[in-house]
Write a protein that binds this ligand. Structure first.
Ligand code: SOE
Length: 380
């Protein structure tokens, strides 16, 4: 009989839902060594935590995260709360010997992220940071094509993550729905929230980023704070653009903003190599654009690969060729791999240490923008 694995979820917002959904689906589609049991959900408002527990099938609920971390019955702690709470919870969970899956970015800042890495490495608990876009089949296929050498030497890796939901100055900062706009809760704006995804995937595909030159802007300088009711200065970066070098000699060009009217979550990347190029777009996530220079010239051109065949990453687990999957499935893939590795006592990539490397890049980006100078990225 498959062993049961007791899950404690901290945070019942958008990410709490994606992680819960993944735990509920995973055994239907993947052969995993555990049967996850949704034991307890923790959140700020008691009635909401209760309603969440009932909707998603958690056996109990609480408003005190210490109870989840200290509960001997809990095997895995899922951290889906604002960034300013990641470090305290993760360090306590590591000390209590729990396996941990933490939402991105790893922490508010580098010192916290370093402490978190130390805590999980000292206690030896398996860990994972939820950079879910790596597990879009088309994004994983891109990694496979790069690793197979099909692009040859890589010259350029550029990525954008564009949104438009904070253009109105009436959107507040802080509170449960808009903590991403509050510097104290988020640590940064688009750099930690959106570019961290692009940086994680870029370094996975193309190797370490060595130095950066960035600019940031805060377009709306003051917003009402949802908790205090007062108009307060905005401390986050609303937009960020940076150039970088990669260790392999290629050049990078990244942009993120929440002020790109018309774009809701336009995460795109394009990679140009000596032999071939790849492009991908989150709004059309099941397709990978591919240009192969070795094709005969009369038929050469960008092809749009529909990533649904059973020999493509993850797709043998889902429907039949031609039928696509979407955003939620990336979290199912993540949980499936997390459970497989847990059975061997191993962490899952990207683990806390890999996420620290992303945190170092984000930190260098923010420092460069502040100092208006190129900044070297610390090595993890
Ligand atoms: C912000 O709007 C956000 O929800 C990010 O926090 C997520 O990480 C990203 O996947 C989608 O956008």
């Amino acid at each position: 009989m498959t062993k049961k694995l007791n899950v404690g979820l901290i945070g019942y917002g958008f990410m709490g839902r994606t992680h819960s959904n993944a735990y509920r689906r995973v055994t239907n589609f993947f052969d995993v060594p555990y049967e996850p049991v949704l034991q307890v959900v923790c959140g700020l408002v008691e009635a909401e935590a209760k309603a969440f527990a009932e909707r998603w099938g958690y056996k109990s609920h609480t408003t005190d995260w210490h109870k989840v971390v200290e509960d001997e019955n809990i095997d895995v702690v899922e951290i889906c709360v604002p960034n300013n709470l990641h470090a305290e919870i993760a360090i306590a969970a590591a000390k209590a010997g729990k396996a941990i899956c933490c939402e991105k970015p790893l922490a508010l800042n580098v010192p916290q992220a370093e402490q978190m890495v130390k805590a999980v490495e000292e206690s030896g608990v398996p860990n994972l940071v939820s950079f879910n876009y790596r597990r879009v089949p088309a994004v994983t296929l891109a990694k496979q094509l790069i690793d197979e050498g099909r692009l040859g030497k890589i010259f350029h890796y550029r990525a954008n993550f564009l949104q438009d939901w904070t253009i109105s100055a009436k959107v507040p900062q802080g509170g449960m729905a808009t903590w991403r706009l509050d510097i104290k809760a988020a640590g940064s704006g688009v750099t930690g929230d959106l570019l961290a995804h692009c940086i994680d995937t870029a370094m996975w595909h193309n190797g370490p980023i060595t130095d950066v030159c960035a600019m940031t802007e805060t377009f709306v300088k003051e917003r009402m704070h949802a908790e205090t009711g007062k108009v307060e200065p905005v401390g986050i970066d609303d937009a960020c653009t940076f150039l970088c070098h990669y260790d392999n000699g290629s050049l990078g060009n990244f942009e993120s903003t929440r002020y790109a009217r018309g774009h809701k979550a336009l995460y795109t990347f394009e990679i140009n190599g000596e032999k071939a190029s790849i492009a991908w777009d989150l709004h059309d996530l099941h397709r990978l654009s591919y240009f192969d220079h070795s094709d005969q010239s009369i038929v050469r051109g960008w092809r749009s690969i529909h990533v649904t065949d059973s020999d493509m990453p993850y797709m043998d687990k889902w429907w039949v060729p031609g039928l696509q999957i979407g955003y939620e499935h990336t979290f199912v893939h993540q949980v499936a791999e997390f459970l497989q590795n847990l059975a061997e006592g191993k962490s899952t990539s990207p683990d806390f240490r890999e996420a620290l490397a992303t945190q170092y890049v984000c930190d260098a980006v923010l420092t460069s923008a502040k100092n208006k100078k190129w900044e070297t990225v610390k090595k993890p």
